[in-house]
Structures are given as structure tokens and as C-alpha cells.
Design a protein around this ligand. Sequence first.
Ligand SMILES: *Cc1c(COP(=O)(O)O)cnc(C)c1O
Length: 403
Amino acid sequence: MTSSLLQTYARANVAFERGDGAWLTATNGERYLDFGGGIAVASLGYSHPHLVKTLKEQGEKLWHSSNLFQIPDGERLAARLTEATFADVAFFTNSGAEANECAIKMARKYHSANGQPNRYRIVTFEGAFHGRTLATIAAGGQQKYIEGFGPKVDGFDQVPFNDLDALKKAIGPDTGALMIEPIQGEGGLRSAPPAFLKALRELCDERGMLLIYDEVQTGVGRTGALYAYQLTGVTPDIMSTAKGIGGGFPLGACLATKEAAKGMTVGTHGTTYGGNPLAMAIGNAVLDVVLAPGFLDGVKKKGLLLRQRLAELKDRHPTVIEDVRGEGLIMGLKIKAETLNAAFAAAGRAEHVLTIPAGDNVVRLLPPLIISEDELAEGVRRLDATCSRIERERAAAAEKGAA
Ligand SMILES: *Cc1c(COP(=O)(O)O)cnc(C)c1O
């Protein structure tokens, strides 16, 4: 099939036309159990009645008014997010990369406002992913995303993940912030050890640096806490959130303490769409569900169940699965090198379960947070069938090789 789309994605040959809870139905009528959540976006699954109702009601009232006017639902969403987190203020965006752009600009502006404009440098970590804008590819530091796009945006220094000595060496007089995903998503579900995160906080406090958490993937209940930082007792100064916060509607936010945000005064930053009434209505609707009593406890419980089932899966298929990683409902299976993670995801599609490849030959499991325990068990059965399929394919290939 020829396509008029810019070909920057290698898409699987399946299109979905409707979704219901944790299930997606393709144009040919086949149903898939979604353990990918549209890359951690469909936090409430598909066609959630509260989201659909909100979208319809707000859609008939007002979609957009611009940030030149008051947006009461935006005030309300910011108040709820700051009430539920360390933050004092929020800036709304349309994506995770934009939320990180705001975080990066805010950190730089903070030091500039303090009379130290030289402290614009930010240390980031190998395996990081912060988005695809020019600044966020520089922050992420992955050569495959930077290559060919001209001079890399200056101001980012990268060190290995979980290497405190390398970090200390990389911090210089111009370093103003450290930026980290508490659990690397695209990088392959690598969790930063709590002691490492504590050390980052201490270094920031000692040297007057800001700690930036990228919780675009880990936020909004994914780990069983509203934000992953709440699991370790280490609190950032600035935090980005997106993906799950819109439940499928493009929405992100940069959250910060009043102190960290002090340089971001009138006129210093902006967005046309960010925080528009339609997005704000939906963000509030997502929070209605995620902050309801018991919801996050349910995610924690399902996360434990999933982890246990995945450990059993690994025991049954030791030649396919090397490691089980993650927290809550952001889990990863490291696939043995003999099979590429993309091939595992394709085999999963054949078994009608969707997974998402990540770095380090990992497939991510990011089911909607509203998935039922029965559906989780069904998904793991399908992953089991996926592993068996791979084992059969390997055996057939070996036989062919011997013949
Ligand atoms: C997805 C992601 C981003 C980028 O978000 P977009 O909405 O694609 O711009 C940034 N950081 C992390 C950790 C992510 O997972």
C-alpha cells in the first residue's frame, strides 16, 4: 500500500476502529487485549463512560479560548495536581516533549533569575528518553535520534544511569539541574534505585541545583502511586507529566515548586493550545477516576498480581524471557537476545495481545489502569502462548537448519 504519510514509523499492518475498556477491535473485526495502552496513554482504557461524557459535554460548549483569558477548568486541574503533589504551580502543554521543554527552560531561567545565567547545563542519564524536539533529543542523548539534525542543542551532559561517581565528575560550575526518569520507559524499564535518587536530591541541595523528574510515562497512577516520586520519598523541584493524564487526549503539564518556577514570569513562555478548555475538562475527568478512593490501591494490587504472573511466565519460558522489570502496571519483559523484542511483539499480535518494544530488547506491558484482574490473567495467558509460539518457531528453524 502506498502512503502519503511521512514514513518515520515502521507500522504493523493492523488498524483499530474501536476500543472498549482494555480491548481494541481491528478493522477486520479481530479483538486484541491491549497491554500497550497506546504507549501508556490510555490510562482509563477505551470508551470510558466518564471520559466520553465529558468530551461530548465540553465539545458542545467550548473547545478553545486561548490563554489570553481565564480558563476555570485549567485553574481547577492545576489546583488538583498541585494539591496531590509537591508542586505549587502547573503549566499545561499538548505533549510530553513540550512539558520537558518547559521544565528545561524553567531550570535555566531559575538560575538566570538568581544572577547565574551560566548555570544552564543539565546532566541527564544514558538510556533516557525525553521527547523528539531539538532540546529533548539532546537531553535524551541517543545518537540515533540526534544524528543528521544539525548541531546538537548545547547544555546537556550525559552520564551512565545509576553511576554516582560519573555524575559527580560531570557536575561543574555551569550545571544547574539534573534530569531523570525515575523508571526509564523507552530505555527498557530500568528503575533508578531509591538510594541513587536520594543521592541526586542531596547533590542538588548541596550545590543549589534543581532536580527534574520526567514522569511523562510513569505518572498518573501507572506505578500504583499517583507519581513514581511518591514511592521513594525523594521529591523533585520540577516534574513533567503527559501520556496518561489525558487518557488519549493530547495533554501534558510541567509541575514545579514556586521557587523553581520563579523565573517564569509573564511573557517568558507560552503555548496556543496548551491548557485549552477541552483538554482541561478531560484532564479533570481523568483525575476524577484516578483520585477516587481506592483506585490507586487497585492499581497496586493488580501490579503485584501481574508481577507474580510474569515471574511464573519467566519460569515456564526461560529461553524466551530473561528478566521481569518494572513497578505497578508499567512492567517489562527482557527478551533473550535470540529473539528481537519487535519479533516478540509481532508474535504477541498473532496471539491477539499488544505489547510495546523498548530499548535493551525489552517489551513493555502498559495495560490500561482500569483493566480487570481476569483480563490481566487472560493477557498473561496470551503472553504464554506468545512464548510458546516463539519456541515452536525456533525449533522449526533449527530443524530446517539441520536438514
Ligand atoms: C513519551 C515520553 C516523552 C515524550 O512525550 P511526547 O508526548 O511523545 O512528546 C517524554 N518523556 C518520557 C519519559 C516519555 O515516555
